[in-house]
Design a protein around this ligand. Structure first.
Ligand code: ADP
Ligand code: MG
Ligand code: MG
Length: 201
């Protein structure tokens, strides 16, 4: 069965519910290395994206574009432009189609990784959300099973404990960021898990 605009609406709805449920945990993580607002940013962003996508008509690309705009307008934190760019890139891959093969979600994960990397000017190892997106994208493009892609994202997020922040708000902590998870990598692994659920069908 193909991945349709209804499936994409359902995905955004799940992402909004997931980020609402994880809000306090993500804020607590951000409190250790940042300014404590990451859970609020992700909840407000995904709830706004969900509402925009639910009210939008058109192709998969139209819906991704609506989600990007909704997310961007709702979020003042760094994650706003990063996810907005990721969703715009996802829309480019999906294109003006009403549906696509589920396997194209692999290219979508990779396009979201590329968007985050280019918008944030980050590289893997800098202790950012890219440390979850990058290994997941490589696994997705390499044909890994959905569970293995999710595991790659989680392992990547877990590995941020051993990294010193080299970009973003936590950079100023320097070596004091060691031992702590990057909140954006943790939330990214959750987003990737939900995309992989859709990939599974
Ligand atoms: P802010 O730091 O503005 O409060 P958030 O708390 O919403 O924004 O998001 C912080 C997360 O954003 C970090 O944990 C990190 O994963 C990610 N991040 C910050 N800067 C960058 C960047 N330049 N490239 C990629 N990810 C980044
Ligand atoms: Mg923050
Ligand atoms: Mg902030």
């Amino acid at each position: 069965m193909e991945f349709t605009t209804d499936d994409l609406k359902a995905l955004f709805h799940r992402l909004a519910a997931r980020m609402a449920a994880e809000r306090d945990a993500l804020c607590a993580l951000d409190g250790l290395v940042g300014d404590g607002d990451h859970g609020i940013a992700m909840e407000q962003g995904m709830v706004a994206a969900d509402a925009a996508v639910a009210g939008a008509d058109g192709s998969l690309q139209d819906l991704f574009n609506a989600g990007a705009k909704g997310f961007l307008n709702a979020v003042g934190a760094s994650s706003g432009p990063l996810y907005a760019t990721a969703f715009l890139r996802a829309g480019k891959v999906a294109g003006p189609r009403p549906a696509m093969p589920r396997d194209d979600l692999r290219q979508i994960i990779a396009a979201m990784r590329d968007g985050v990397a280019q918008r944030g000017k980050a590289a893997p190892g800098m202790k950012t959300m890219l440390d979850a997106w990058h290994p997941a994208a490589e696994a997705a493009l390499g044909g890994a099973a959905p569970d293995a892609i999710t595991a790659a994202a989680r392992d990547g997020a877990e590995a941020t404990r051993t990294m010193v922040a080299a970009i973003g708000r936590s950079e100023r902590l320097g070596a004091r960021s060691l031992g702590h998870l990057d909140p954006g990598a943790v939330s990214a692994a959750m987003v990737i898990e939900d995309i992989c659920r859709a990939l599974r069908g």
